[in-house]
Write a protein that binds this ligand. Structure first.
Ligand code: HEC
Length: 295
């Protein structure tokens, strides 16, 4: 019998299945551009031509066959092929052929209780959808087992690496604050406190009242490198202390980036100049500074 699915439906759907398989098994996630590679396109063209030739041969065989079969069979064939393509497709998908050709549906008699069960054929669209899910699950299952495609751990890894790369690019392209252009900014205090708690509170206390390191809330300073208080703070965090390596060079070593040092410096400036002094603090160290240069 003649194929019920016309070539202009058959060829594109077969091609898309092939493309899907190709995509799953041979192309890694990051190289989808291979799909438009000349070799790939050539491959698809060859397949299309082959499929078309196959379809033509099929049609020829069908025509030849018509000459050899009996009149009855020929009539049946014509009946099946009546109407245009879409009508036939509709019939194929929704009709139960047994109903049409065998005078009614098969009945199953269970015997003992007199109940008769109708054995309706499942509709074509349902059956084919079922086959499709089987094919899909087979492809998916093996791609999960054998290659990276659809493997959640690999996917996570890839996303993680991409994110790291994005962060690196972002950091490279974001200008970092330096001692020349950094300033006290009120809106940085909050983030500065968070960073201070992470990096500095072990030695200076969270409120800056001092521990191993000196009290940062009083007017006494060991290190005086700049007449401007904010710049002095920035300088020490960047370069560390010359006298005492315990206070290390956070900026120079790259441990903390310029923008974050600007935030931390804003916080230290704030607790030294603008907020209430903590009740208890480490005793004064260094020289008293009566007045810093006004910013
Ligand atoms: C491991 C302990 C330690 C850590 C962590 C530490 N410091 Fe210090 N810090 C010190 C010591 C000790 C000194 C005193 C240095 C000296 O005697 O010259 C000091 C000095 C300072 C000074 C100068 C004080 C003065 O009177 O001259 C500032 C400002 C300062 N630290 C800020 C910070 C900030 C901000 C951080 C976090 C990024 C930090 N420190 C982290 C131990 C530490």
């Amino acid at each position: 019998m003649r194929s019920k699915i016309s070539s202009f439906i058959m060829i594109p759907s077969l091609l898309s299945v092939i493309i899907f398989m190709f995509y799953v098994f041979f192309i890694s996630y990051n190289h989808i551009s291979y799909l438009v590679h000349p070799i790939t396109i050539f491959f698809f063209i060859v397949i299309t031509v082959l499929l078309y030739i196959l379809e033509s041969i099929n049609r020829l065989i069908f025509k030849k066959k018509l000459q050899f079969i009996s009149k009855e069979e020929r009539e049946k064939l014509f009946e099946e092929n009546e109407g245009n393509y879409f009508y036939r497709l509709y019939k194929f998908i929704f009709y139960d052929y047994r109903k049409i050709h065998h005078n009614g549906v098969k009945k199953i008699d269970h015997g003992f209780d007199g109940i008769i069960e109708l054995d309706n054929k499942l509709p074509m669209w349902w059956v084919h959808l079922f086959y499709l899910t089987i094919a899909f699950s087979a492809i998916y299952f093996f791609s999960y087992l054998l290659i990276d495609f659809s493997n959640p751990y690999k996917e996570y890894d890839r996303a993680y690496q991409n994110q790291l790369k994005e962060i690196q690019i972002f950091e490279k392209n974001t200008p970092q604050a330096t001692i020349e252009n950094a300033h006290f900014k009120e809106n940085l205090i909050h983030n500065g406190k968070v960073l201070f708690d992470e990096n500095c509170a072990t030695c200076h206390q969270s409120d800056g009242s001092g521990n191993i390191g000196p009290n940062l809330t009083d007017n006494y300073w060991i290190n005086i490198k700049d007449k401007d208080l904010f710049k002095n703070i920035f300088y020490i965090i960047w370069n560390g202390s010359e006298n005492n390596p315990t206070m290390r060079a956070f900026g120079q070593s790259g441990e903390i980036k310029g923008n974050d040092i600007e935030k931390i410096s804003s916080y230290v400036y704030f607790i030294n100049q603008k907020s209430k002094k903590p009740l208890k603090g480490k005793i004064h160290q260094g020289t008293e500074i009566k007045e810093w240069r006004k910013m």
